[in-house]
Design a protein around this ligand. Structure first.
Ligand code: PLP
Length: 410
């Protein structure tokens, strides 16, 4: 049998394995040194007790006749969809129907598989640096051409840099799909409502579909910033929004997320006829997905209970405190830190124009602090570095003190 050439020719995805390899080698050579990990994008605190309780009760119920559930609705049980619609959208003035929200096991899954709806030759644009899933999933489907000199020949990249204030300049050429991630991974930056409106208006004019990844929206601390793209007028015509309980409520190991596809969002067939993206996704999910497990949906619904909200926000506040601490510690340096205010990530310029990997090695060897080299997020990440807020408060404080010391001897 012939294999998928596009997957076989992908550049190796070596970022986190390479980091793990270098840290392991350092620890083996220096067994008494305490290494502090500030590179991971995974949560570290346990589920809220109210959530764990609901999860356990539903799981035990599956062993009883009354509590047992078989296949559920593909898109999710109404008890959870209604909570999402009420708390995540109606509260911000956005109305949605039940069949415009689709549950899944992850925003990674949805942002990676939504490309099954695009034409084979659809033109893709991403901001740069970028969460690599958007690029890889389209590369695997053969849409991005060849990988030459660390670039895909057919991918349109919109730089988001310290120089342009992390606001992408919109392309002149035709684009079928633009991926946006806000608050952003890796830069931790956000766009204002007005800045987002410019992109939505452009997408309406050009008939471009926006895939809006809002996996970090729970970190937004300012009510004037949009938590959903649908808070921007006209977005319901052009945007699909992917959200997740992973970072909001510690579900990285539990797995539950959702995607919103308003019925107004349309694409075109090659003959010019308009079709509803919602209808296509429903059709696709009906053939490929049997829903999220019942106990997981019960656990997710418990996030919205008063206890669940209180406990979940306590954990979020803890991470937010860490993020603020990282940002403040670096403010006086020449590393030009951004993010951290509305995201669990702080993004830096490396000192003295070092590559991200050189700065990684320097910090590991001098301060025993681990971050993520910007190069792992595309060319736009060159000479940049990401620190995350998911460590403990004490370790975050210690890591920042060590990092500041290490900068003195550079
Ligand atoms: N989207 C972004 C931008 C992410 O950074 C991540 C995880 O790090 C995800 C999606 C994955 O979310 P999930 O755990 O729901 O698959």
């Amino acid at each position: 049998m012939f294999v998928n050439d596009h997957i076989a020719r992908m550049p190796a995805g070596y970022l986190f394995s390479e980091i793990a390899k270098r840290v392991k080698a350092y620890e083996a050579a220096h067994p008494t040194q305490k290494v502090i990990r500030m590179g991971i994008g995974d949560v570290t605190k346990p589920l809220a007790p109210a959530v764990a309780q609901a999860f356990a009760e539903a799981a035990l119920g599956m062993g009883q006749l009354e509590g047992f559930r078989g296949y559920g609705p593909d898109g999710g049980y109404p008890f959870l969809l209604n909570e999402i619609i009420k708390n995540d959208y109606e509260r911000y003035g956005v109305n949605l129907d039940l069949d415009e929200v689709f549950l899944s096991d992850g925003a990674k899954t949805d942002t990676a598989t939504i490309q099954e709806l695009y034409a084979e030759d659809a033109i893709i644009a991403v901001t740069d640096p970028v969460y690599p899933v958007y690029v890889d999933s389209n590369a695997m489907a053969g849409r991005l051409g060849e990988f030459v000199d660390s670039k895909w020949t057919k991918l349109i990249t919109l730089p988001v840099t310290h120089e342009n204030g992390f606001v992408p300049q919109l392309p002149k050429e035709r684009v079928d799909v633009l991926y946006l991630c806000l608050p952003n991974n890796p830069t931790g930056t956000v766009l204002t409502r007005d800045q987002l409106k410019v992109i939505v208006d452009w997408a309406r004019e050009k008939e471009t579909l926006i895939i809006y990844d809002a996996a970090y929206k729970a970190f937004i601390n300012d009510d004037s910033l949009p938590r959903s793209i649908y808070e921007v007028e006209g977005a319901k015509e052009v945007a699909v929004e992917c959200c997740s309980f992973s970072k909001t409520a510690g579900f990285t190991g539990v797995r539950c997320a959702w995607t919103v596809i308003p019925k107004q969002v349309k694409g075109r067939l090659k003959n010019g006829e308009q079709v509803s993206i919602n209808t296509l996704w429903k059709r696709r999910c009906g053939s490929k997905f049997n829903g999220v497990s019942f106990p997981v949906q019960k656990a997710a619904a418990a996030i919205y209970s008063p206890e669940g909200q209180r406990q979940t926000h306590e954990t979020l506040d803890y991470y937010k405190q860490n993020a603020a601490l990282v940002l403040n510690a670096l403010k006086e340096t020449d590393l030009r830190p951004v993010g951290g205010l509305h995201a669990p990530y702080v993004w830096l310029k490396t000192p003295k124009g070092m590559s991200g990997w050189d700065f990684f090695d320097y910090l590991l060897n001098t301060a025993q602090v681990v971050g993520t080299p910007g190069e792992g997020f595309g060319q736009g990440g060159n000479n940049c570095f990401r620190l995350t807020a998911f460590s403990t408060l004490d370790n975050t404080k210690e890591a920042m003190a060590r990092l500041l010391d290490a900068l003195k001897t550079l």
